[in-house]
Design a protein around this ligand. Sequence first.
Ligand code: GLU
Length: 179
Amino acid sequence: MCGIVGFIDNDGSTLKLVEKLSKLEYRGYDSAGIAYLKNNDYKIIKSVGKIVKLKEMIQVENTCVAIGHTRWATNGKVNEINCHPHCGERVIVIHNGVIDNFAELKEIYFKNKDFNSETDTELIPYLLELFLKDCDHLTAIERILKILSGSFSFLVVDKKDNNKIFFAKNKTPLLIGLG
Ligand code: GLU
């Protein structure tokens, strides 16, 4: 079991993100990664092993939009490439769970595309970017939910619409807090 966390917070920081991520440690994980908004772009940091190791790699910086992931590998080895977040050109995703039909979808939508990682997760940013060519985020996510099977929840940030976190879930829990 892994964990995903994200916030939109005017007083947010990388430290706050790591603290929130640490609260998910009890669930078990093999690696961790974050993406956070800084100077209008997203910085991504990943590490195999404990969150304390990730923490050492992270500068304490203010950030108002951030997402973080603890991975429990289901598809692909435990290594830095397979660590989340996974990105396309603009979309960045962290994902908890398993997409059962990812190999089939990869074949249908991205037959000749090289994937960086061995994960099922990497499909999500590519699919989103494909669908975002002709619709907005919510519609793109709705379209994705119609074709993905499995139990999963995921968070999405987009470099082109960078002050929001989009999210979706199927079967696994996802809590949203306000304030
Ligand atoms: N299936 C994804 C992977 O292997 C997510 C696993 C998880 O829930 O951490 O990267």
